[in-house]
Design a binder for this molecule. Structure first.
Ligand code: ATP
Ligand code: MG
Length: 569
């Protein structure tokens, strides 16, 4: 079976259905749930979303779009201690930014607290739940191990009346945190640990960001999740592989409480893992709280807000999610693939500009002082509709320090004493003299230009090997530019067996700040979210730290494509 990719994809881009699409198509064929497709994205508002969530968003909203279904945004806000409205707001912003629309208003598991409570009472009345007073430590001991059955709690066979009374008093706030829990009565000998009388409700005297102090008992994820799916009439509840072992429990609650034919189906897929980074919200929170990064939107971390600030586009992330695909087995994706996706996008959309990161002054001695001219430059060779612009040229210019070498080897095709290069869109210049300060540092180059080489064309067939980028000193804008490298030195900073911490692998050179950069003046007119290619240097975007007089740019990615290279071999 194949599926037409939307967005005018060519037939070559047809791909085979992934296993979730296969399930859905077969459900539609069998008219399961009257052929409805209804998914949800269910984040816990306890941190900012990351690229792994982006994959789940693209999958859930994408399935709804493909099959003319609906997708809910549901906040799984059952743990008041770690949750916050700041996170709720950032999550909404990120989903919208990625280009998706949830059905109606966002949902909250807390909207259903009353219904959950009623269902919990129903379980007690049916003899399928009990209030347990074992301590956390004892509960752990009673649970057994995967190979050894657990032991039944001494509170397991309490009378229904007593359970109802105790649960009511838990709700009324009579007991401190942790004194009692409500547990499902399933099977302490089950080979699946999750079925060994799992907790349904716990006591937490904590203020909830939506329900305030109304509740001091909160439902557990496993209880709330499937039932929320049921309430919202979700058909395909897509989640990550670690929930596979929870599925019998997901089904158990629904089996006990629901009598209709309709029931949501949980389907698991492999979570996205990427090398050279960390992706769990807990780890990201640690980096933020310990100020190892500048915040949740630090351009070095894989949060959606970090990627946005770094210059990633929604299209590049959606494309990444599509390329990664949907698998049933865990794997690790190379960070280079993500970079490939943004390069591919920006190559066709970003305007080319000239900018100098580490300036070296060049004086053209045979160019009349005070003269200026405006040279024709193309905005994007990949896109004719992007048009052209004028770049000012004058007697004093800047080139990149790295484009000059005093004692250059023969194969150095950039500027060196006595050698000639082309300045992009401008002229051939030849280095005649090197000026140094009293410490021997090069401060300036004296060059001559060939007036007949205007536009960078050879006047007489003589060839130059190198073409350099440059800016006119007098016209340039001053800017700060931030260059990034991977945040971790090790491909797998987590899960080391030697007891080391992931923070031990932080790359101390992951951020380089250049404060004396010179950019071509047309950048004055840029829009805040516009992206550019600075020729030979990479793709850049304006950072949120920019001020009126001093723009700050982030390098999104260099031009060097390691992904395409690796995959050509
Ligand atoms: P983390 O483990 O990073 O803290 P989480 O799973 O606790 O994330 P949730 O807010 O519970 O975060 O996740 C919301 C949804 O996003 C869930 O359906 C979850 O399965 C999915 N999700 C989370 N991380 C990934 C990932 N790395 N790849 C794909 N989907 C993910
Ligand atoms: Mg979670």
């Amino acid at each position: 079976m194949t599926k037409e990719k939307k967005d005018g994809a060519t037939p070559e881009e047809k791909r085979s259905l992934n296993f979730i699409e296969q399930i859905i198509e077969s459900d539609i064929e069998n008219n399961k749930n009257e052929g409805r497709v209804y998914t949800r994205f269910p984040p816990e508002p306890n941190g900012y979303l990351h690229i792994g969530h982006a994959k789940s968003i693209c999958l859930n909203f994408g399935l709804a779009n493909s099959y003319k279904g609906l997708c809910n945004l549901r906040f799984d806000d059952t743990n008041p201690v770690k949750e916050d409205v700041e996170y709720v707001d950032s999550i909404k912003e990120d989903v919208e930014w990625l280009g998706f629309k949830w059905n109606q208003e966002p949902r909250f598991a807390s909207d259903y607290f009353e219904q959950f409570y009623t269902w919990a009472i129903k379980l007690i009345e049916d003899g399928k739940a009990y209030v347990c007073e074992l301590s956390a430590e004892e509960t752990g001991k009673y649970r057994g191990t995967p190979t050894r059955p657990g032991t039944e709690s001494p509170f397991r066979n309490r009378a229904i009346e007593e359970n109802l009374d105790l649960f009511e008093r838990m709700k009324m706030g009579e007991f401190p945190d942790g004194a009692k829990i409500l547990r499902a009565k399933i099977d302490m000998a089950s080979p699946n640990m999750h079925l060994r009388d799992p907790a349904i409700y716990r006591i937490k005297h904590a203020h909830h960001h939506r329900t305030g102090d109304k509740w001091c008992i909160y439902p557990m994820y496993d209880f709330a999740h499937g039932l929320s799916d049921y309430i919202e009439k979700i058909t395909h509840s897509v989640c990550t592989l670690e929930f596979e072992v929870h599925r019998p429990l997901y089904d158990w609650f629904i089996d006990q409480l629901i009598t209709t034919d309709y029931r949501p189906q949980q389907i698991e897929f492999a979570r996205l893992n990427m090398n050279y980074t960390v992706m769990s919200k807990r780890k990201l929170l640690q980096l933020v709280e310990e100020k190892l990064v500048s915040g949740w939107d630090d351009p070095r971390i894989p949060t959606i807000s970090g990627l946005r600030r770094r210059g990633y586009t929604p299209a590049s992330i959606r494309n990444f999610a599509e390329r990664v695909g949907v698998a049933k087995r865990d794997n690790v994706i190379d960070l280079a693939l993500l970079e490939y996706c943004i390069r591919e996008d920006l190559n066709t959309t970003a305007k080319r500009r000239l900018g100098i990161l580490r300036p070296l002054k060049v004086v053209i001695t045979n160019y009349i002082e005070g003269r200026e001219e405006f040279l024709d430059a193309v905005n994007n060779p990949e896109d004719e509709t992007a048009g052209r612009r004028k770049v000012p040229f004058s007697r004093e210019l800047y080139i990149e320090q790295g484009d000059f070498m005093e004692n250059a080897p023969r194969k150095f095709f950039r500027l060196a004493p006595g050698r000639e290069v082309r300045l992009r869109y401008a002229y051939f210049i030849k280095c005649e003299e090197v000026i140094k300060d009293e410490n021997g540092n090069i401060t300036e180059l004296r060059c001559t230009y060939d007036p007949l080489s205007r536009g960078g064309k050879s006047p007489d067939g003589r060839k130059v090997k190198g073409t350099l980028h440059w800016v006119s000193a007098r016209h340039a804008i001053d800017a700060e530019v931030r260059l990034y490298d991977r945040l971790f030195k090790d491909a797998n900073p987590l899960g080391k067996k030697d007891g080391s911490d992931f923070k031990d692998f932080i790359n101390e050179n992951s951020l380089e700040v250049l404060t004396d950069c010179k950019l071509e003046p047309s950048l004055k007119e840029m829009k805040p979210d516009e992206k550019f290619q600075f020729e030979r240097l990479g793709y850049f975007c304006l950072d949120t730290d920019s001020t009126e007089g001093k723009p700050v740019f982030n390098r999104t990615v260099t031009l060097r494509d390691s992904w395409a290279k690796m995959n050509k071999k």
